[in-house]
Design a protein around this ligand. Structure first.
Ligand code: GTP
Length: 790
């Protein structure tokens, strides 16, 4: 397939003006809000696809994995590039909404400059949307209130909830327009009132290409509404934009209707980029209503790579704009800084590494330095992705998202690595100084896994293939973890939830053709240490001396002069190396990084093996290396340190009394929506059989989420002009007599296995729930025997 819009776009856009027309945006929301449906319409209206696919028929562009088509849900983020109005290029990532795939969202957010947040107008602000909104805190957003065609859709109710729950001001760019169907006695959603251009836009329900644009004079029917919306918009912008206030008072003579749309566009753009407020639009993606205005808003208000929040780095750097070279780090126009955010295994190309280039240019065939691993190698080919279709390119420029692949890159780059190269053909990396080569973009935090399954090869001969397939799986999705229990020889695959593991298993068996047996889903328990162990010491005649202890992690009281902290990036464990009396100049032949990496590897293996109490991996522990450590000056390998430190940690754990450890279990925060008549059964089941702690039960209409709601935004929401929600009346007629309640509780994960089917039977399918990891908690003594028996 050839994308004519891609070809039209003039690549090689080093000039400032071209980069400023690129938008790297993500589409985020709770499951089923309509992200993929909206993405599909955007692709259609941009001309990128000729036919609209639908989630329910399994033929959308971005949900192309067989598992996505079968289940009608997004599992992996898919990137598509398209143009909007000739010169604006949008690189869009459709992200999954299910909580089990949160890591997929987090890693996409890391490389995005702006977000479109989608809300289901009936469900309002849902739990996962709140969560991803917080994760995207540095990223400017626009909001789309979708599913306005559904009975019970509440535009204003959702906007109010949005303001209060997300603590944000809103800028209503359009508001819904309804037609009253006298025969059915219901209000039917048919378009929007465009507040800036003072127009009514109506779409034809049967023909996605027809927009029935109203006259610029909106007529008496909508004039009053338009005035109120404009007044509210200008008043909100006026709090932020003095120039707009001046224009309003002087040139517009205090008339909200006299402010030109262009002036408002610029003001909204500044307010959005500075995260003073979020623009809000509405529509129904499924009915093809209100999608084009989202694309206008993306190109007008979301930041270009120039204006976006630049990434956080290990060493402070200065990002500047250069007329000819785009974004430049520390004034070095030849330095290319890129970040790997995803690795995918492709049956033809092998491992494909998705990167975002932040500065300079990444050329195919150039030599790059992976500053996260210290390795240097040549890169092969470069691609730009359009969902599952590829475009070969010679160069990726600052602001672009593309893919590296080829034998020379395979296994040399993993998710979260920083890549550095130099554009100079002759000198290459040699022209970069030590600091530039050590520059790292802060990696992506991997959430802890809560469920596991045991995996075993069907025959001994399948073992190697199994290990390779698991390696590929974890390389693609670092939120999956593989651990090997050395005593039992059992391999465990752990993930974020039941669905996450189900999909991983599907992929393992069907895509990677692993011949394995998979056990039943189990909760991932951990254990922790209650007080520090004794120091265990090893000294050799050849000059090695190490003393190690294991202690509970109680926060990071780092004293940089005395000790160095290293995050083991798993199970909240850390390594602390106390500073020895090493001279300022490192005297040893092996580097400090090699020594540290060897001890870190030992910590991970030894802590994973558990203690005398159980063999659950240790969590929230600190391995401390006492300051009297030393090693032979002329040692050339870190193997001795690796073996020695692993044995010492094992000894610390084995010599510590069993009572000095506690088992930890994952606790989940759950939010259940149930109707009044089902409430008793649901609450009884939760607090009885499931050992839940019920935090609150509230009326759904009054429910506004967490306890830290900002009073300031509650007040602002009261003052914000919001039109009436006529379809709420339709819903009230249909749901007369049944009010919904929201139950919030904390429950051990063990008690929530297969809860969906239980809730269905308790509520006759009317209830729904959302669950997210809250934290690890010590298992009480009454429950411990059952867990250890399990
Ligand atoms: N009535 C109505 N249904 C919609 C609308 N938009 C989406 N849907 C339906 O809502 C369901 C979920 O849509 P998706 O586009 O898959 O939602 P999503 O947010 O991408 O879902 P995940 O990626 O799995 O989180 C599908 O059945 C869609 O047909 C809309 O505007 N109106």
């Amino acid at each position: 397939m050839v994308f004519k819009h891609v070809l039209k776009w003039k690549r090689g856009y080093s000039s400032q003006s071209a980069i400023s027309r690129v938008k790297n945006v993500g589409i985020i929301a709770h499951i089923d809000a309509g992200k993929t449906t909206t993405t599909e319409r955007m692709l259609y209206y941009s001309g990128k696809i000729k036919r609209i696919g639908n989630v329910d028929e399994g033929d959308t562009t971005t949900d192309f994995l067989p598992q996505e088509k079968q289940r009608g849900i997004t599992i992996q983020s898919a990137a598509v590039s398209f143009n909007w109005h000739a010169n604006n290029k949008i690189n869009l990532i459709d992200t999954p909404g299910h909580a089990d795939f949160t890591f997929e969202v987090i890693r996409s957010l890391k490389v995005l400059d702006g977000c479109i947040t989608i809300f289901d107008a009936v469900a309002g602000v849902e739990a996962q949307t709140e969560k991803v909104w917080k994760q995207a805190r540095n990223i400017p957003k626009i909001c789309f209130i979708n599913k306005m065609d559904r009975i019970g859709a509440g535009f204003s109710r959702t906007v109010k909830e949005l303001m209060v729950k997300m603590s944000t001001r809103v800028l209503l760019l359009n508001v819904p327009v309804f037609r009253f169907d006298a025969a059915a006695k219901i209000s039917v959603f048919e378009g929007v009132l465009d507040v800036l251009n003072q127009k009514v836009l109506k779409w034809s329900p049967d023909d996605p290409d027809k927009i029935l644009v109203g006259d610029s004079d909106v007529g008496n029917e909508y004039r009053d509404e338009l005035m109120k919306c404009r007044e509210s918009l200008v008043e909100t912008l006026g709090e932020f934009d003095e120039q707009l206030v001046e224009y309003f008072l002087d040139k517009a003579e205090g008339d909200y209707m006299q402010i030109p749309a262009d002036l408002l566009h610029e003001s909204i753009r500044k307010a959005t980029i500075n995260q003073f407020a979020v623009p809000v639009l509405c529509g129904s993606a499924f009915k093809n209503i209100g999608v084009q205005p989202i694309l206008d808003a993306v190109t007008r208000y979301l930041p270009s790579p120039f204006e976006a929040h630049q990434p956080d780095t290990n060493i402070p750097v200065i990002f500047t704009q250069d007329k000819n070279n785009g974004i430049v780090v520390n004034g070095n126009k030849n330095l290319c800084l890129a970040f790997a955010f995803k690795v995918v295994s492709d049956p033809i190309r092998g491992l494909m590494t998705y990167v975002r280039v932040y500065s300079g240019k990444l050329n195919s065939g150039s030599t790059i330095h992976n500053s996260s691993t210290g390795e240097t190698f040549k890169i092969g080919n470069l691609l730009i992705m359009h969902a599952n279709v590829t475009e070969d390119v010679k160069q990726l420029e600052a602001g672009e998202i593309g893919v590296l692949y080829g034998a020379s890159v395979e296994k040399k780059v993993k998710t979260g690595d920083t890549l550095i190269s130099h554009a100079g053909k002759k000198t290459g990396l040699r022209s970069l100084n030590k600091q530039e080569l050590a520059l790292k973009i802060n990696p992506i935090a991997v959430p802890p896994p809560v469920f596991s399954v045991a995996i075993e090869p069907r025959t001994l001969g399948n073992k190697k293939d199994m290990e390779q397939a698991l390696e590929t799986l974890v390389c693609e999705d670092p939120s999956l973890h593989v651990t090997l229990d050395e005593d039992s020889g059992q391999t465990l695959l752990s993930g974020m939830g039941e669905l996450h593991l189900e999909i991983a298993q599907d992929r393992l068996l069907n895509d990677l053709n692993a011949k394995v047996n998979v056990g039943k889903v189990m909760v991932s328990y951990k254990e922790t240490i209650n007080e520090p162990t004794k120091f265990e010491t090893a000294s050799t005649e050849s000059g090695y001396h190490f003393s190690v202890s294991v202690e509970p992690y109680v926060g990071r009281k780092q004293d940089a002069a005395l000790e160095e902290w290293h995050d083991l990036n798993t199970d909240n464990n850390f390594l602390v190396i106390e500073k020895s009396s090493t001279p300022a100049e490192w005297p040893y032949q092996i580097s400090k990084e090699s020594m540290t990496n060897a001890i870190m590897s030992s910590c991970i293996v030894a802590l994973n093996r558990g203690s005398k109490l159980s063999n659950f991996p240790l969590h929230s522990c600190v391995v401390r290396v006492k300051r009297d450590w030393r090693m032979p000056i002329d040692a050339t390998s870190a193997t001795n340190i690796l073996v020695m430190s692993r044995k010492l940690i094992g000894k610390c754990l084995q010599n510590h009394p069993e009572a000095g450890f506690s088992v930890l279990e994952p606790i989940m925060a759950i939010t259940i929506s149930a109707q009044q008549q089902d409430l008793g059964g649901v609450v009884q089941d939760l607090s009885g059989a499931r050992k839940a702690i019920i935090d609150s039960i509230e009326e759904e209409d009054e429910y506004m989420g967490g306890t830290n709601l900002s009073l300031e935004f509650e007040k602002l929401a009261e003052c914000q002009y919001l039109p009436k929600d006529p379809t709420l009346k339709n819903a009230n007629v249909q749901n007369a007599g049944s009010s919904s309640k929201i139950i919030k509780a904390h429950v051990p994960l063990k008690e929530m296995v297969s809860y969906m089917s239980k809730l269905r039977s308790l509520t006759q399918g009317r209830g729904s729930f959302h669950m997210e990891f809250h934290g690890m908690s010590k298992v009480t003594s009454d429950r411990l025997p059952t867990i250890l028996d399990d």
